[in-house]
Design a protein around this ligand. Structure first.
Ligand code: NAP
Length: 251
């Protein structure tokens, strides 16, 4: 099984959903976990509680990933607490609806800051430490929307598509430094982000397009994140791992 003992993992958006599930699993396998959150301090603290209960170490850190200075502070905090940064999971994200004609600067900036710039900022802050260590793993969380697009969520889909090219770019840029860069692209996952849509009148339509006939649990996305961060994936870099119940069959 996995062994992340002595490894420091930073997970953005780990107070809820996929990030929280990944934080708990990393903790279960011995990692020191930085549980990043923006608004939900109590939930982040609960996740650290679960990590500690399982014998791991966790710390909460508030940072808006859309702010470069806060991302830098988070990485420095991880280093000050645990001495190193081994794994960065860029998971924080938002999913708002807007028709193209309604997209104001404010709407666009909010989406791009959280979903895309945050990944640049966190990776940019973590990479110097990983380079010094000559090793590291970065996992970006994209979406099926980044590959097939999504009506009324074109700004979301555009950020998620950008993460795929960011993954591929950094994979080749950082491979000589021993840093692996991969991406997990979920389909529908039953979290706070999508629950309302899944139980809406359109819910059955969304589920009918998934060959497995249901949405994933957050943990079903977290396991592939752990795999992509582990030595079992030691020859995989620049890869987009689709975890969508067969909904969008892309390479
Ligand atoms: P979620 O349940 O809504 O949780 C989102 C997390 O991101 C929360 O922990 C939230 O923190 C954090 N967050 C949001 N904006 C942030 C910011 N600016 N700075 C720091 N943290 C921020 O979402 P989820 O379903 O777990 O989604 C996780 C990732 O998977 C996202 O990137 C999402 O796009 C992707 N994804 C989800 C689905 C799905 O169906 N759910 C499908 C494909 C891809 P606070 O609560 O503390 O504010």
């Amino acid at each position: 099984m996995f062994n992340f003992k002595g490894k420091t993992v930073i997970i953005t958006g780990a107070s809820r959903g996929i990030g929280a599930a990944a934080a708990v699993l990393f903790g279960r396998f011995g990692a020191n976990v930085i549980v990043n959150y923006k608004n939900n301090a109590d939930k982040a603290a609960e996740i650290v509680g679960q990590i500690t209960k399982n014998g791991g170490q966790g710390r909460i850190f508030r940072a808006d990933v859309g702010k470069q200075s806060e991302c830098r502070q988070m990485v420095e905090y991880a280093v000050s607490e645990f001495g190193r940064v081994d794994i960065l999971v860029c998971n924080a994200g938002i999913w708002n609806e807007a028709a193209i004609e309604d997209m104001t600067d404010t709407i666009l900036d909010e989406m791009i800051d959280a979903n895309l710039k945050g990944c640049f900022y966190c990776a940019g802050a973590a990479v110097p430490h990983m380079k010094k260590q000559k090793s590291g793993n970065i996992v970006f969380i994209s979406s099926t929307a980044g590959q097939r697009g999504e009506a009324y969520h074109s700004h979301y889909a555009a950020t998620k598509g950008a993460l795929i090219s960011l993954t591929k770019s950094l994979a080749s840029e950082l491979a000589p430094s021993g840093i692996m860069v991969n991406c997990v692209a979920p389909g529908w996952v039953d979290t706070d982000m999508s629950h309302e849509a899944l139980v809406s009148a359109d819910g059955p339509k969304y589920l009918s397009l998934i060959p497995l006939g249901r949405a994933a649990t957050a943990e079903e996305i977290a396991w592939p994140i752990l795999f992509m961060s582990s030595p079992y994936a030691s020859f995989i870099t620049g890869e987009i791992l689709n975890v969508n119940g067969g909904a969008v069959l892309v390479g």
